[in-house]
Ligand binder design. Structure first.
Ligand code: ADP
Length: 742
């Protein structure tokens, strides 16, 4: 295969540009010519100027742009064979031997049909004399690979699709803003989000915003008079002191009989039954807009690389594939299978088989819906009279991480709903030493889903010596049956300390669970920690602005990010912003690297480069500091370019948590509490760390955890992203003369 085509089609989705950039650059890197087909299938049908070769530099500086730079369209003629005949002709004339389609299920269906008809189309074109036999003979079949670009995450083949995370960002920005005004006026709001057949955006934004009620197409309310049920819940919430009510509704919401439930309908029901002032916000195209989130940039980048590799490995007659991310792993699924499963959900809903529709969405989706139903309650279920009521303490440890409060909220509410007493420890392990331990109530955590920082308070103190004695006494005094630690590295070390001192202090002989919450993502037993996604988004927003500030000058920026000795934020930040260089402590930095990089930058600026971007981890090298690097590049850059440094600092720890972090924190908080309750009730004293590995929630026993930890550098001994993502960052960042930036 020598030449491939790439198009973006159907509804635009943020991240399409990142996928395009990755396809073009990976293709070129693998020795292919990559042609862009502008305006989706319309460009394919029209041909001519709409199909053009792409250079390395053509896709520079587009990572941060919303929409798609090669245009997208809905193309009616492509629905007919006659249109596809034109399309096939234009692909043949351009010598395109394989296709990468970035678009939703409609676009992928179209690609599947083109692939299936290829033989017949080519034969007809030869017979009509529109293409020569020779040209036709060169391209006997058209292998196709799809990347799903869809903001509503409505297609199988990927756990999450390009654009869905950014859409959640837009929704959550809106719900956060609405919450504050709603609370000021004691109003109710109905927020309508996209999703005709898929409640993903509605459900996940309900988890992330802490909404009070949610309507999704897959699971209509279980009673005919849903209005009465909803209003009872909302008014109970009011009685418990909630100042605002928010209902989230997917545009395709319906009742048990299949009749649509509209936002207007919901408004009227609340107004007439509760006499409240209700406002509707229909979010519409806002959800498609804006700059893509860090997650979407990196997801789409990885899918773009994978799509090229998949295409190159296909035999000419192989059936089309979809590349996706499932369980944090890149996967390839036959297009036919992905489409069939996608259609099955729509079919089940049309047949009003809602249980099946929910089942088909998968276990995580179903579980999230159940969790939302508990979290939105106005008060917990009362405990069973005969049940043993556990007393569970929640404590933080380490630096603040956005999402800590979200995890506490989920844990407190699920724990209380199961009939147990939840206690909050103020000021992390210092609070355990000083007995700052108090019961937390259901409404105490109201509004915490979206709140940044740490309401309970956190610090890096690790208890030692006599501290342990005080902690043991306080645990006994408060009759604590289990501990949930939500925090970072020093929180983990503190829990390990208690765990190892069990023989000396029987009070520590209770089940304990650690929940990873740190922006650094440097914890053992998990691929991800709560807070890292928010920090990454803060980094890319800052770097996007920094890049813009330099439009007219020839300049290189050196941006220093946090992470302590862990390079996760630096590497992911570099991937998401298109930085040319990234310096990590894991790899070390030598004088030779710096000299090579300086020479490389000089060559590029000589050839017309305008902007250089380097991201370094704060601890990348003790001697070659950020300032040192700035001076070195400045001196060596001479008249070619100047250099500025930006140390992003604590803005990375702040801000309200990203939707991803809120959803992740909720998932982990719920799982931890359920795990602790089970262990404590069974009399088990084992302790563990929760984590997400390959998309699954897993618990690693504390016994084995220290073997995974590099204590000198506060990071796991083995870090998955160094193997999986480092090579991609290197590939895409290669400098080329014509690259103006990223
Ligand atoms: P999305 O890809 O976002 O689902 P659409 O359903 O509008 O968006 O599809 C985008 C384009 O893909 C359509 O305008 C059309 O050109 C092509 N397409 C969609 N469905 C088919 C089909 N069944 N047969 C042929 N082409 C199709």
């Amino acid at each position: 295969m020598k030449r491939i085509g790439v198009l973006t089609s159907g509804g635009d989705a943020q991240g399409m540009n990142a996928a395009l950039r990755a396809v073009v650059r990976t293709g070129i890197n693998r020795g292919l010519e990559v042609y862009a087909i502008y305006e989706g299938y319309s460009g394919m049908v029209e041909g001519g100027e709409r199909i053009k070769p792409m250079s390395w530099g053509d896709v520079g500086g587009i990572l941060q742009l919303g929409g798609t730079v090669i245009g997208s369209a809905r193309c009616k003629p492509f629905h007919d064979r006659a249109g596809r005949l034109h399309a096939a002709r234009n692909l043949l004339l351009n010598g395109i031997e394989g296709l990468i389609v970035i678009g939703g299920d409609g676009s992928q269906t179209g690609a599947g049909i083109l692939h299936a008809e290829w033989d017949g189309l080519v034969r007809e074109l030869v017979e009509n004399g529109e293409v020569t036999k020779k040209a036709a003979g060169r391209i006997k079949s058209l292998p196709v690979v799809g990347i799903i670009g869809s903001i509503d995450n409505d297609m199988f083949g990927s756990d999450i699709t390009t654009g869905a995370d950014t859409a959640l960002h837009r929704i959550v920005d809106a719900t956060d803003a609405i919450s504050s005004t709603a609370a000021s006026h004691q109003r109710s709001f109905v927020v309508e989000v996209m999703g005709r057949n898929c409640g993903y955006l509605a459900l996940m934004s309900a988890v992330a915003s802490g909404a009070d009620w949610v309507f999704i197409p897959e699971s209509p309310p279980d009673v005919d008079d849903w209005g009465a049920k909803m209003c009872e819940k909302l008014s109970n919430g009011r009685k418990m002191g909630r100042r605002d009510s928010m209902v989230i509704i997917a545009e395709g919401a319906r009742d048990r009989k299949g009749n649509p439930i509209t936002s207007q309908h919901v408004k009227e029901v609340i107004e007439s039954r509760l006499g409240e002032d209700v406002r509707i916000t229909v979010l519409g195209h806002v959800q498609r807009g804006g700059s893509p989130s860090a997650f979407d940039r990196n997801l789409s980048t990885m899918l773009g690389v994978e799509a090229v590799d998949a295409l190159m490995s296909m035999h000419p007659h192989d059936e089309p594939l979809i590349v996706g991310m499932q369980g944090n792993k890149l996967t390839r699924t036959p297009l036919a299978v992905a489409l069939e499963k996608t259609r099955a959900v729509a079919k089940a809903m049309a047949a009003k088989e809602f249980d099946q529709a929910l089942e088909l969405r998968g276990a995580t989706f179903k579980r999230s819906f159940e969790v939302v139903q508990t979290l939105v309650r106005a008060k917990p279920h009362p405990p069973d009279p005969g049940q043993r009521r556990l007393r569970i303490a929640i404590v933080h440890g380490g630096g603040p991480a956005p999402g800590m409060n979200t995890a506490v909220r989920a844990a407190v509410r699920i724990g209380m709903d199961r009939g147990h007493v939840m206690l909050g420890v103020r000021n992390a392990f210092r609070g355990l030493i000083n007995n700052e331990i108090a019961e937390v109530d259901w409404m105490d955590v109201n509004g915490w889903a979206s709140r940044g920082g740490s309401e309970l308070g956190t610090n890096r103190l690790i208890p030692k010596g006599r501290d342990l004695y005080s902690i043991a006494r306080n645990l006994e005094e408060n009759q604590i049956d289990g501990i949930l630690m939500i925090g970072g590295w020093t929180g983990y070390e503190s829990i390990l300390e208690l765990y190892m001192q069990r023989r000396n202090y029987p009070a520590f002989d209770i089940p304990m669970v650690c929940l990873p919450a740190t922006i650094n993502n440097n914890l053992p037993g998990t691929e991800l920690s709560v807070g890292a996604d928010t920090a990454l988004n803060s980094i890319i927003m800052a770097v996007d602005k920094i890049k813009q500030s330099a439009v007219a000058t020839q300049r290189t920026f050196i941006v220093e990010v946090m992470g302590y000795y862990c390079g996760y934020l630096a590497l992911m930040g570099a991937l998401a912003t298109g930085a040319e260089r990234v310096y990590l402590h894991e790899e070390g930095v030598t004088m030779r690297d710096l000299v090579e990089d300086v020479d490389d930058f000089k060559r590029s600026f000589e050839r017309g480069k305008r902007l250089g971007l380097i991201i370094r981890n704060e601890m990348a090298n003790e001697v070659y500091t950020t300032n040192f690097m700035r001076m070195l590049f400045e001196e060596e850059g001479g008249d070619l370019f100047d250099v500025r440094q930006a140390i992003l600092g604590h803005m990375q720890q702040g801000g309200s948590p990203s939707p991803f972090d809120r959803i992740f924190a909720t998932r982990l908080g719920v799982a931890c509490i359920e795990h602790l309750i089970e262990r404590a009730l069974n009399g088990s004293h084992e302790s563990a760390c929760i984590g997400q590995l390959r998309g699954e929630i897993v618990f690693t026993e504390l016994d084995g955890i220290s073997k995974l930890m590099d204590f000198a550098h506060s990071r796991p001994i083995s870090q998955w992203w160094m193997d999986d993502l480092r090579p991609i960052a290197r590939l895409l960042a290669r400098q080329e003369a014509s690259t103006p930036q990223g």
